[in-house]
Design a protein around this ligand. Structure first.
Ligand SMILES: Nc1ncnc2c1ncn2[C@@H]1O[C@H](COP(=O)(O)OP(=O)(O)OP(=O)(O)O)[C@@H](O)[C@H]1O
Length: 237
């Protein structure tokens, strides 16, 4: 096992433990876009479940469709990964059209498709591949755009849908995930969505790079603040 793999697995284990992410779970569904983050997540959970954590059934759910994130991923590529890991793969179709394309609508539909599939297979705990940098960007984006101090939380019960979202990669940096994907040979650009490439999130990413010049610890500090003070709004009923 490489050092990097060990490092990511151990950060993932720490998140599972610190936030009790698997508490009460009877099965886990990984939202698998085919990008580096969710593939790594699937590999990590496969390695961890049954070793220090309950041996829960694991499923992968992929949403396909012309403009869905992950649209450039071949089904056979995902099947290959899942078959090797002996994880059942479920594929759902998104209906997004270019004319009506907007991030919020697309991701709402994707979530609904993923949640429905997860419930159908008896795995209403859904793991997303969001990492530490996603959380930092979300925090800044919400602050600048909406005046809210709200980040990605590691565990969010979605009472209306009857599922719980978990984010086991919350302690892992994007850089580590990128390096690992390169090492494992599945680093590839997946999001070819014309809307996603120009989003406010990209602007926040650039802004963070600029801030980093004067404040080198900005990412660590924001990640900590996100976990400590990130809004509880998302988890209130
Ligand atoms: N088409 C999809 N099917 C299933 N899950 C998805 C899909 N698109 C995104 N997700 C889930 O949402 C998470 C965040 O999506 P986002 O588009 O921000 O991807 P990302 O940061 O590029 O991650 P990844 O490298 O896993 O694609 C992904 O890690 C994955 O768990």
């Amino acid at each position: 096992m490489t050092q990097l793999r060990k490092k990511i697995e151990s950060a993932c284990r720490k998140a599972l433990f610190d936030f009790q992410l698997l508490e009460g779970a009877e099965g886990i569904a990984v939202a698998l876009s085919g990008g580096k983050d969710s593939i790594t997540l699937l590999l990590m959970l496969k390695a961890i479940l049954g070793r220090g954590f309950p041996d829960l059934p694991l499923h992968a759910i992929h949403v396909t469709g012309e403009f869905s994130c992950g649209a450039s991923v071949q089904e056979s590529f995902l099947r290959g990964i899942c078959d090797k890991l002996e994880v059942p793969l479920i594929i759902r179709e998104s209906t997004q059209k270019r004319e009506t394309l907007a991030c919020y609508r697309c991701s709402r539909e994707r979530r609904r498709l993923i949640f429905d599939a997860a419930k159908e297979v008896g795995a209403p705990v859904v793991a997303f591949g969001h990492h530490e940098d996603d959380s930092i960007q979300t925090l800044l984006l919400n602050l600048l755009h909406k005046g809210e101090f709200a980040a990605n939380l590691p565990k969010v019960p979605m009472y209306d849908y009857g599922v719980t979202i978990i984010r086991p990669l919350i302690y892992v940096s994007e850089k580590a995930l990128y390096e690992f994907a390169k090492q494992e040979g599945y680093a590839r650009i997946t999001c070819q969505c014309p809307v996603g490439q120009n989003s406010k999130r990209m602007e926040v990413k650039k802004l963070l790079e600029e801030i980093k010049v004067s404040f080198p610890n900005v990412e660590t500090n924001l990640a900590q603040a996100a976990l400590k003070y990130g809004s509880k709004k998302a988890i209130s009923r």
